[in-house]
Design a protein around this ligand. Structure first.
Ligand code: USQ
Length: 382
């Protein structure tokens, strides 16, 4: 397939590019290095220095003999994106090209405005460039489980049947996100649904939980192919942060009571989910939604796991409940369905002690690069 990956430089984007290319697909990666720029501005650079996309594509070619095309530019610029889509004629577009940090989106007006304009703008341009150049192309959009928030009822897979005064109708499942970043994903979903039902686009919206991990089949070939692994408060997701904290001797930063429950998945499962979605496209006029995670944990359970595994490896891991910088429920009901991707064939990589230990081994190589000043939360939801 001809697969265009928007946001191909990201934590998920680059591994996705390599994964599809390794399987023999024609892949083009597009990025404007916005995440690198924000990381510089906020003193939140990744633990492992990552070469730029052209350099990584070169290393990947040397290792595998597979070529990927790279285009540097801003997908929020319609002229740029439209030209890319027109020339490349993708059969699938994997859309990761969004500002992905909840804390960054809550930092202030400028950061909130940029997140809103970038995320909605790129989704809008993606829709229109598909409508104008390749209306059969399947858009695989990365949404987030955070769109749903933490309702006191079971979370369905994207849709819910509502019965009202004796009549029923299927609606998008109610969404109530907990950050501006997560809210942009809600708005994306609504925008996509409008264009799907009105213009007959084919779209899969993947409601993904927090991802952890750094090794994939392809990144094992060379450390220059590793994803940008963040442990800072801006871009680092909680499991990756806890593992780095365990190594750095910083008590694991459990926000508030630590009863916050989320659905988590291994980076390798993200790649498999996106591949399953792309190779089994949605129908024309269908907005297909999958909840993309494999296991649910509370933050306390994650901290206990990292504590146990770290200490068994000779680290001195401590846990500390600190004031929660976010506005979120710290004890709540959480039961999210996630059948769709399993039915398509997903075989999950679960968070075993061995998986956590292998991550610790890998991160230990870079212990000297950990800057502890980047660890404590610097952004509050107020
Ligand atoms: N948390 C802590 N301590 C920390 C960091 C986080 O207790 O040091 C807690 C947070 O308060 C939250 C949970 O862990 O309750 C998850 O936080 P996170 O930072 O791992 O995830 P989040 O900010 O929600 O965002 C990440 C990605 C985002 C993606 C989302 C999926 O950055 O792009 O959309 O995970 S989800 O959380 O399901 O919405």
């Amino acid at each position: 397939m001809r697969i265009l990956v928007l946001g191909g430089d990201g934590y998920l984007g680059w591994p996705t590019v390599m994964h599809f290319a390794a399987k023999g697909h024609d892949v083009m990666a597009v990025d404007n290095y916005q995440r690198r720029q924000i990381a510089l501005e906020t003193d939140s650079e990744a633990l492992i220095p990552t070469p730029n996309l052209d350099e990584r594509a070169q290393v990947f070619y040397q290792q595998t003999g597979k070529k990927v095309e790279i285009k540097i530019g801003d997908c929020a610029d319609m002229l740029f994106l439209n030209t890319v889509v027109k020339d490349f004629q993708p059969e699938a577009i994997v859309h990761y090209a969004e500002q992905p940090s909840a804390p960054y989106s809550m930092k202030g007006f400028h950061e909130a405005q940029m997140t809103l304009q970038n995320n909605l703008g790129v989704t809008f341009n993606t829709i229109w460039s598909v409508l104008e150049n390749c209306p059969d192309c399947h858009i695989v959009k990365l949404g987030t489980m955070g769109e749903y928030g933490t309702p006191n009822i079971d979370i369905e897979e994207g849709w819910i049947d509502i019965e009202h005064n004796g009549r029923t109708q299927k609606f998008l499942y109610p969404r109530q996100a907990g950050s501006l970043y997560h809210t942009t994903k809600v708005l994306d979903t609504d925008l996509l649904w409008f264009y799907v039902r009105t213009y007959g686009l084919r779209v899969t919206d993947l409601m993904q939980g927090p991802v952890y991990g750094l090794s994939t089949e392809e990144s094992q070939l060379s450390d220059d192919l590793l994803p940008n692994f963040h442990y800072d408060d801006i871009f680092g997701t909680v499991v990756n942060r806890f593992l780095v904290q365990a190594i750095a001797g910083v008590p694991l930063t459990v926000y508030g009571k630590g009863g916050q429950t989320r659905g988590y998945l291994n980076l390798m499962d993200t790649l498999n989910c996106v591949e399953l979605a792309a190779t089994n496209p949605a129908n024309k006029g269908e907005l297909r939604i999958f909840n993309q995670f494999t296991e649910q944990f509370t933050v306390n359970e994650l901290a206990d796991r990292v504590h146990r595994v770290g200490n068994s490896m000779g680290l001195d891991v401590k846990i500390k409940n600190i004031e929660n910088p976010r506005k979120e429920m710290e004890e709540h009901y959480y039961n999210a369905k996630h059948h769709g991707l399993i039915e398509l064939g997903l075989e999950p990589h679960f968070m075993t002690d061995d998986v956590l230990a292998a991550m610790i081994e890998k991160i230990l190589k870079y212990k000297d690069k950990i800057a502890t000043r980047k660890i404590m939360p610097r952004v509050k939801w107020s």
